[in-house]
Design a protein around this ligand. Structure first.
Ligand code: G1P
Length: 276
């Protein structure tokens, strides 16, 4: 059973400036709920109720969001507006929230390594909250946690991506074990289309075994001079096993303005319901 989930949330959100000048990009609302809360709910639904944020300067709004707001509670107690707080109250009751601050930014691999003291020696989930995943039935992390029970190794979520988009993703290649499940034997961070080993791109959901920390400690800087999780996972796949899983559901790239708008329209049309 995986109990912890790491959320690297220290990144800048440059593509959403000026909205993200003094507000974390993870707090941008998709309709009425901040992006990060979708990911946190997905983790809790998968049984990972310890939510660990790797946070940074200017990100206090995230940790405040996952805490009681006494003033607000007091203001609306007993009024018809209480229904608006039900969702977040439920998250607060079910989750335990921990955080560590990342003082310098040096890639996703470095962010994960910064989270080590919050995770320790157990397998854990990772959510990149820019990727909003919407499913019918089990969420993506729950699907992956199920697979973990069977394989006991790191798992990355993947989807087919258009050839011209490979420079936006970690791309995997591997042996297909069954429909939608691969044993990874190659992985490249953000390759040009002609160098991509396949069209299978990693999206922001991972289950990692804790030996990843030791590997990350000795992983040299890769793409863009940063410590890349993709490179550490390639090492892990060679030492043991890494699986890639084509998840059931839809993923929206909320790290880009068009993807964010698409997610907003989708959630408004299919999911959002105003409290009575
Ligand atoms: C990160 C990873 C990349 C992965 C992507 C998924 O990149 O480095 O391998 O495909 O997340 O969203 P980022 O989008 O943070 O640049």
């Amino acid at each position: 059973m995986i109990k912890k989930c790491l959320f690297p949330v220290a990144g800048y959100g440059t593509r959403f400036l000026p909205a993200t000048k003094s507000m974390p990009k993870e707090m941008l609302p998709v309709v009425n709920k901040p992006l990060v809360q979708y990911g946190v709910e997905e983790a809790i639904e998968a049984g990972m109720n310890t939510i660990s944020f790797v946070t940074g300067r200017g990100k206090r709004a995230i940790t405040d969001h996952f805490d009681i707001s006494y003033e607000l509670e007091h203001q609306i107690a007993g009024t018809g507006k209480e229904a608006y707080l039900e969702g977040i109250r439920d998250v607060l009751e079910r989750g335990i929230f921990t955080m560590v601050r990342q003082r310098e930014m040096n890639g996703l691999g470095h962010a994960i390594l910064t989270g080590e003291p919050l995770i320790g020696g157990e397998a854990f989930g990772v959510v990149l909250s820019d990727d909003l995943c919407i499913t019918e039935g089990d969420g993506v992390l729950a699907q992956m946690a199920d697979l973990y029970k069977q394989f006991r190794c790191s798992i990355v979520a993947i989807q087919e991506v258009p050839a011209e988009d490979t420079p936006k993703y970690g791309i995997i290649a591997g042996e297909q074990l069954k429909e939608g499940l691969y044993r990874v034997d190659d992985m490249v961070e953000k390759p040009q289309p002609e160098e991509a080993p396949s069209n299978l791109g990693i999206i922001g959901r991972y289950i990692l075994t804790p030996d990843i920390f030791e590997i990350l400690r000795t992983t040299p800087a890769g793409k863009n001079g940063e410590i890349q999780l993709t490179d550490a996972l390639l090492t892990q796949s060679r030492q043991g096993c890494v699986m890639a899983y084509k998840f059931r559901g839809r993923r929206f790239d909320c790290g880009s303005v068009p993807g964010f708008v698409e997610a907003t329209n989708y959630v408004y049309e299919h999911i959002y319901a105003e409290p009575e």
